[in-house]
Write a protein that binds this ligand. Structure first.
Ligand code: HEC
Ligand code: HEC
Ligand code: HEC
Ligand code: HEC
Ligand code: HEC
Length: 461
């Protein structure tokens, strides 16, 4: 049986379980839920997070710190929707669908209420609630075979969908629904097909192909780690040894990025003289993520490997990566002066816009782990909805060593004694040139060090 079929069976089993078991703690059957569509449920159908926080204080505090509670209000999201996607949707028929489509995942309450486009953040409508408690806890399942583009079904107001049998709430019914414990649940928003039919987000699909997917280690295991606790201590809740946390940390949490990748370094030979050639082998390994690094918004993330040698006097020599010779490799080696993102000019109506530095501030010759998103004219883009094709997928697959070599002919001016070779893997959430151009807060582009290691060789005279 193929993996795809297995995945479908798991979902089918979950759905069968849904139908077979008594669901609401107070008796009765969980409603099947309606497929997501605009205008089917007014805002009032959904209680707000503050109400939930009254009893679920700790979970609410965690959720408030994560990105999903800010999926509409977060500065860069607001810029991308209101300054790029929405104006583009209004003037270009091909991408008209993203006017509502972006909101299906980023402001589901506004989408369901038909409040499209939502008012800007400052107007404080309930679009601002983002992926609220009641969004996830009203999702009952999904339509079709593959979760993507918010193809969930939803039944707000009746009962909270959960996974734990035997617990009771004074405030709401509880529908025990194994679907919430599956990766497919997350996949409904973490896989995305754009108007050109391209998978511009495929975190769940990547996961499914990974060793974690094959072993059934789901998103929740890493992003909602279990802890001992009581989800509602002052409202009659019970202690559990395995309460689900709601931090959902990802690329916006430095601690999550640090150590997610490892780099191994082997320079050979261990001793050499000026004029000799050293080959430095570096393996970059995605040790902790259950999907590619970068995943999801890969169109705007930049992950790169920088290698340098420091001689005994402190002089620094930058080592450019050796070419492997695969098709499209140029996209994966930093080349200052190379312009991209020209579609921003067309989207924003700027005459004579030449584009922006493709690789931001990444030093020349460094290896970049990326999936180039290409616009209808074949140029790199950060507008995922404007992606018609892709360049080579040169990202870091889970638990796989990606080897690089750096051939270094020792220059005449390298000092005798120990030479330290240092390899560093950096992560930037948004290409710095784009961040500056759109005046997105500095923090979005600030590089975070994911991994660093050193090795030493000796230079004889
Ligand atoms: C008056 C207090 C109260 C309020 C308000 C409240 N809950 Fe609960 N909720 C509880 C209690 C008590 C439990 C049972 C906890 C336990 O014993 O594990 C619970 C359980 C849950 C569960 C767990 C279901 C399971 O079996 O996995 C979910 C999900 C949930 N609540 C969501 C919400 C959401 C979302 C809101 C806001 C719309 C909310 N709750 C508001 C008291 C409350
Ligand atoms: C992105 C979706 C998502 C959001 C947003 C979300 N939850 Fe959950 N929550 C889940 C999932 C999934 C589970 C069950 C995980 C499992 O069992 O594998 C869960 C479990 C719970 C539980 C049961 C915890 C336990 O282990 O007993 C409670 C209570 C709960 N959520 C309340 C809330 C409240 C309150 C909010 C808002 C402050 C919230 N959730 C926001 C997805 C979400
Ligand atoms: C209703 C749609 C929806 C569902 C369901 C959903 N997500 Fe998300 N998730 C989002 C959106 C939208 C964002 C982007 C937030 C932003 O704008 O930065 C996001 C962001 C994240 C992030 C990124 C945080 C960061 O720091 O970059 C993580 C991790 C995450 N989700 C995990 C999960 C997991 C695990 C599940 C399943 C238990 C899940 N999500 C289910 C919509 C959803
Ligand atoms: C084995 C643990 C593990 C599993 C399983 C896992 N993740 Fe992650 N995830 C991570 C780590 C570590 C990071 C931080 C590194 C990074 O950002 O790529 C991360 C990052 C993320 C991010 C942030 C990426 C970004 O660029 O903002 C999202 C979103 C996310 N995961 C969603 C998911 C979803 C959805 C699933 C299930 C389909 C999942 N993860 C499965 C460990 C895991
Ligand atoms: C199918 C659900 C879905 C749709 C549709 C969707 N997004 Fe997202 N978006 C996400 C998720 C999930 C993430 C976080 C994924 C990650 O970073 O790995 C995200 C991340 C982002 C980010 C980056 C956030 C950050 O802090 O880095 C921006 C900006 C964004 N989306 C804007 C948009 C716009 C604009 C549209 C419409 C053209 C859109 N999204 C459509 C689910 C969606």
């Amino acid at each position: 049986m193929t993996r795809r079929e297995t995945g479908v069976l798991v979902v089918a089993a979950a759905v069968a379980a849904l139908a077979a078991f008594p669901l609401l703690a107070g008796g009765g059957k969980a409603p099947a839920g309606k497929p997501a569509a605009t205008g089917i449920f007014p805002y009032e159908k959904f209680e707000d997070d503050a109400t939930c926080a009254g009893c679920h204080e700790e979970i609410a505090a965690q959720h408030a710190r994560g990105m999903m509670s800010r999926s509409f209000t977060h500065g860069w999201d607001e810029v991308e929707y209101f300054r790029l996607a929405l104006p583009h949707a209004l003037k270009e028929a091909k991408v008209a669908g993203v006017k509502a489509g972006c909101m299906g995942c980023h402001a589901p309450l506004a989408f369901l209420a038909g409040d499209i486009p939502p008012k800007p953040v400052a107007e404080k409508t309930r679009a601002n609630d983002g992926v609220a408690c009641t969004v996830c806890h009203s999702i009952t399942g999904f339509t079709g075979d593959t979760p993507f583009n918010f193809n969930w079904t939803i039944a707000p107001g009746e009962a909270m969908q959960g996974t734990r049998p035997g617990v009771k709430s004074p405030h709401h019914g509880i529908a025990v629904n194994p679907f919430l414990g599956t990766a497919e649940f997350c996949g409904t928003c973490h896989n995305e097909k754009d108007p050109w039919g391209q998978w511009v987000k495929a975190t769940h699909l990547e996961w499914k192909e990974s060793p974690y997917g094959k072993r059934g280690i789901v998103c929740q295991d890493c992003h909602m780690t279990r802890t001992e606790g009581n989800p509602a201590p002052d409202a009659g809740g019970a202690m559990h040894a395995d309460m689900r946390t709601h931090l959902f940390f990802g690329a916006h949490t430095k601690a999550r990025l640090e150590g997610a990748v490892e780099v191994e370094l082997v320079p050979a030979p261990a001793t050499a003289r000026p004029g000799d050639t050293i080959i430095v082998q570096a393996n970059v390994i995605n040790q902790k993520a259950g999907h590619m690094i970068p995943t999801g918004s890969a169109e705007e993330r930049v992950v790169w490997l920088h290698v340098e040698a420091i001689d005994s006097t402190g002089k620094v020599f930058h080592l450019p990566v050796d070419r492997k010779g695969f098709e499209g490799e140029d996209y994966t080696i930093s080349s200052p002066g190379t312009l991209a993102y020209q579609d921003l000019g067309e989207i924003m109506g700027l005459a004579d816009f030449q584009g922006l530095e493709r690789d931001g501030d990444v030093p020349a010759g460094d290896r970049i782990y990326r999936l180039p998103y290409l616009d209808p004219k074949g140029r790199m883009t950060v507008a995922q909805w404007n992606t018609k094709s892709f360049g080579p997928d040169y990202r870091l697959p889970p638990l796989t060593a990606v080897p690089e070599t750096f051939t270094w002919k020792l220059p005449k001016d390298v000092a005798p004694g120990p030479v330290t070779i240092r390899a560093t893997v950096w992560y930037s959430k948004l290409v710095s040139s784009v961040a500056r151009f759109l005046e997105v807060p500095e923090d979005e582009a600030r590089p975070v060090k994911m991994a660093e290691t050193v090795a030493t060789i000796t230079v004889g005279d």
